[in-house]
Design a protein around this ligand. Structure first.
Ligand code: EPZ
Length: 425
């Protein structure tokens, strides 16, 4: 398995192009199932998760035309579900790409039935889909769990209803948005997720002819339509990638311009990092980030649904706080097991004590390089950040986790002065 070798201690300087958001691209791709016309997505990132989902969609009958490899501005991809060849999403595909569960709503809305493998858990938690299923039942679907599969049927079509989400769920909001777009009558989604990736999906569905009100808010009202048409949509910038590289600038004491970053999506992150001593400046190309004078100060972070501090930046924030002045309390409220980066950071000299959902970080003068193990996508990149700042050499194993969510990470960091290389095998 490939691994990364980093020799730390260099301040990053230069610019990094921020790609299209992975967590917007995935639901946007499944939206192609809702129409027999072509959905063209621009600024699509070149990531393993995108490729895996493309495979799932192709076996459903979606023709996918990738315009060749990635470029600075991502790829333009045309997806056409002229006809649905199969409404079954098999376990061996879904287990590799749990976001495949997002085909459920569209298949049900388009074909009136779907057979989707339960995605199963992953490293960060059990990741149930009960909220998705209860919502679809409220829209009139009959849902049964059998042999590890979700069997959903709506032979007479879906009917609009009021859905109150018991907790904020990004995926459930997205599945229900897509199902409601073709349901008969009005659907009200209450306590909906407000993540920018959800809003981006709603914008794309609107371009396809859906009638959705309340974008960006926690109540979405959808007036179902008989059919949706093709459209062209540019994937929103990846706020998690931008936040990750902002912390790379801060932890190395460098200065980066994040080209294409949208500061408006990052206000809770910018506010907290500014308090810690990071300086931000919006430019006409994106966002400039540098560590202000002197050492960073420890600040507390608590993950919350958008617009709160994102759980997908929690591991990266912890890495940043390991060399700050003073202590930082990091609390994870979204997932039940998202502290697997702690023992790995500890191998590099970090002082972190986990008590349930909170981790107390006591800042150290420096970290020292060590061989460490990546466990999940965001934990992996927190180890990269630590390695960039640590004295000596850090070797990160199982970097396939990184390939799922960070496009050309080694090239982007090396171009800004990092001593980082990927070792095959
Ligand atoms: C999306 O996952 C993202 N993935 C995650 O990013 C992100 O961490 C998460 O939203 C929260 O922002 C994609 O968009 C592909 P949820 P999702 O439904 O939709 C519980 C990354 O690193 N829940 O908002 O699966 C769930 O267990 C990934 O890019 C239920 O209990 O997250 C969790 O505790 C990781 N029942 C909480 O809700 C359900 O039916 C939030 O989950 C659904 C969710």
């Amino acid at each position: 398995m490939d691994r990364l070798r980093i020799r730390g201690g260099r301040a990053l300087k230069g610019e990094i192009a921020i790609g299209g958001a992975k967590n917007a691209a995935l639901p946007l791709m499944t939206a192609s199932l809702l129409t027999d016309e072509t959905l063209t997505l621009e600024h699509l990132p070149d990531l393993l998760d995108i490729t895996t989902l493309a495979g799932v969609l192709e076996q459903h009958g979606v023709e996918i035309d990738m315009n060749g490899g990635g470029s600075e501005h991502g790829r333009t991809v045309a997806l056409t579900a002229r006809r649905i060849a199969s409404t079954r999403a098999p376990y061996d595909l879904v287990r590799k790409m749990r976001a495949s569960v997002l085909v459920l709503g569209p298949l049900l809305a388009r074909e009136g039935h779907a057979e989707v493998s339960l995605p199963g858990g992953c490293a960060i938690g059990t990741r149930p889909v009960d909220i998705h299923l209860k919502g679809l039942e409220l829209l009139g679907a009959e849902v049964e769990l059998k042999d590890g599969y979700i069997l959903a049927r709506a032979p007479k079509g879906l009917v609009g209803a009021e859905v109150v989400f018991p907790k904020v769920s990004v995926g459930a909001t997205e599945n229900l948005l897509m199902a409601a777009a073709l349901a008969r009558g009005e659907t009200r989604l209450i306590n909906a997720a407000r993540e920018p990736e959800v809003t981006d999906l709603a914008k794309c569905l609107t371009a396809m002819g859906a009638r959705i009100e309340g974008l960006g808010g926690d109540t979405l009202v959808v007036e179902g339509v008989a059919r949706l048409r093709g459209a062209r949509h540019r994937v929103v910038a990846d706020r998690i990638e931008a936040g990750t590289y902002a912390m790379a600038a801060a932890i190395t004491g460098g200065e980066l311009e994040l080209v294409g970053a949208e500061a408006g999506q990052l206000s809770s992150v910018i506010e907290l990092l500014t308090e810690a001593g990071v300086a931000f400046a919006e430019t006409d190309r994106g966002l400039k980030v540098r560590r202000a004078d002197g050492r960073l100060a420890g600040v507390d972070a608590m993950t919350e649904p958008y617009p709160g501090f994102p759980t997908d930046l929690q591991a990266q924030m912890m890495a940043l706080m390991t060399t700050a002045q003073g202590a930082a309390m990091i609390t994870e409220t979204i997932f039940e097991n998202r502290f697997m980066h702690v023992p790995e950071l500890a191998r590099m000299g970090a002082n972190v004590n986990v008590h349930g959902a909170s981790a107390l970080v006591r800042g150290q003068d420096r970290l020292t390089g060590a061989p460490v193990m990546a466990t999940d996508l965001r934990a992996s990149v927190s180890l990269v950040l630590a390695g960039l700042a640590a004295e000596g050499e850090t070797e990160i194993n199982r970097v396939y986790h990184l390939d799922r969510g960070y496009e050309r990470l080694v090239e982007k960091l090396a171009a800004c002065g990092a001593n980082i290389e990927r070792l095959e095998g």
